[in-house]
Design a binder for this molecule. Sequence first.
Ligand code: GLY
Length: 608
Amino acid sequence: MAWCAAVFLASLATLPWAACQSQTEDQSAGAGPRPPRQAALVSEHPLATNVGLAILDRGGNAADAAVATALALSVVHPQAGNLGGGGFALWVGRKDQPVMIDFRETAPLGADPKWYLDEAGAVLAGRAHTGALSIGVPGTPAGLWHLWRNHGSGRLSWRELVLPAIALARDGFVVNADLEADLQDEQVRQRLAASPLAASLFLRQGKGLAAGEMLVQSELAQTLERLAKEGPSGFYRGPVAQAMVRELDQVCAAERIERSACLGLEDLDKYQVKVRPPLIGWFRGHEIISAPPPSSGGVILLQVLGILDGFPLGAQRQAALSARERAGTSAVESDEAGIDARLAHWWIEALRSAFQTRASSLGDPDFVAVDLAQLLSTTWIASRRVQIGEGAGSTSAVPSEAAPRLRPEGMNTTHLSVLDSDGNAVALTTTLNSSFGSGIAVRGAGFLLNNELDDFALPQATPNQFGLIGGEKNRLAPGKRPLSSMAPTVVRAEDKSVRMVLGSPGGPRIPTSVLGVLLRTLVFEQSLKDAVAAPRLHQQTWPGETDFEAGWPAGLLDALKRRGHKLRSLQRTWGSVQAIRVAPDGTVEVASDPRSRGSGGVQERRAR
Ligand code: GLY
């Protein structure tokens, strides 16, 4: 009941108390919803997907498969898959209450905001992004262990889940075009070049590895072997922990940072996973389950969906489709799904509002008060909706000296989705923050360390690498988790059967990418594949412009400009949604974002 009450608070907007009670009664009856006809798994790398599918094939459940896939990603997708980072895993068991396993990195116990200021008090923003002071205490080994220990099938040992990753690290794998492309980035190469082990692993004479080359990671294989034998204590204590601290000793000394300000043995020893009730809301007959703080992802999703729910989306779409038919292909002002400028305007303004909430009201709930009951209440959502007129809203002013540090990179997080044939689902998003994190690889242990502390809000409205500006609630403090945008999400039908499992990389573009797929599938009747492939839009309050991927009708963009919107049409893409959808008859389909080279697979139900 306590959980139910907690969820009720977190989802006051749309989950009536009666629904909350009946959910508990249904589930205690033990019947559970109808399972899907098939199992499925999708991730950003085919080798990792194959590892997870093989685990499902051997009788593992969604938790087992997610753990093995995430460990494989730490080897074959080193730009984001990790041991030295963190993330969120949403477990939605067929007969359990959903839980969010928060394995987000924490600020070291010696962390102090003064290290990010110069003697005159000006912000040294680069320190949060690069080097010793950017590194948070890793959470991934503890998080994956927790997922297996508490939700695994019991049919496969921890060691069995780590073994495929060990083999990939020890024997090597062929570098793919995504890894080659991510190593083309000049800033990434500079960071990697500054770390002796990272340079020897990922660079050849200063150039990044090319597609087709083999990447062998012997030290990583040994670390994974230790993790397989000893579980998380093989990472947080003993030789691996000592190797991390030795690496940091050298980095701190080189940067003339007091050693006590950086990650040490005590930080590693004290790291703890947090298990939190996820946020739950209802949208158009679907239950949306997503990430609570310290991620902003679920709040942004539920606020935007709540705001949009009060607009006549269906009627506007019908009007747009009719206008499109009349106009023929010339001068179309809506896309083929029926999204026109008015719908896009509501969507953009709802995002502008939700990202304002992100900046002003969210942080680590173990350190600051986060009033979810208010932020997700019908009153709050309605008050935001009525502020949306027919013209573009304005963005609250920020000091002019806060020049954006927008970078072409920094989009590298990774997501995997799993559904087993019993109907259990895992949506798991994990990250090093920037592509290859801090770029610092641990000698003697073989993995990269994150640069997650850039996700804390620096003073003086200083934007982080994603151009995000935060407030007091997201200020750095020892032991605190920085605010994230990750949004691992599961959608269920009213009978609690899973309908979708999805998530994406992309920093603040994570919730906007996930929202695009939810709106296109649940409202605009697109297939999962079309919804994932469709061009995206992104608005994060500041800067005031809305970004558009290529592919939106020019007429729609012109109509938005006439409403006062400032647009940036970008040639690059963002996000990499990895999604599973279950049709009402239980048939399962997967979509791995065509923006990257991931893969998914669907497996027939196995007799056990
Ligand atoms: N490091 C990106 C995020 O957590 O949003």
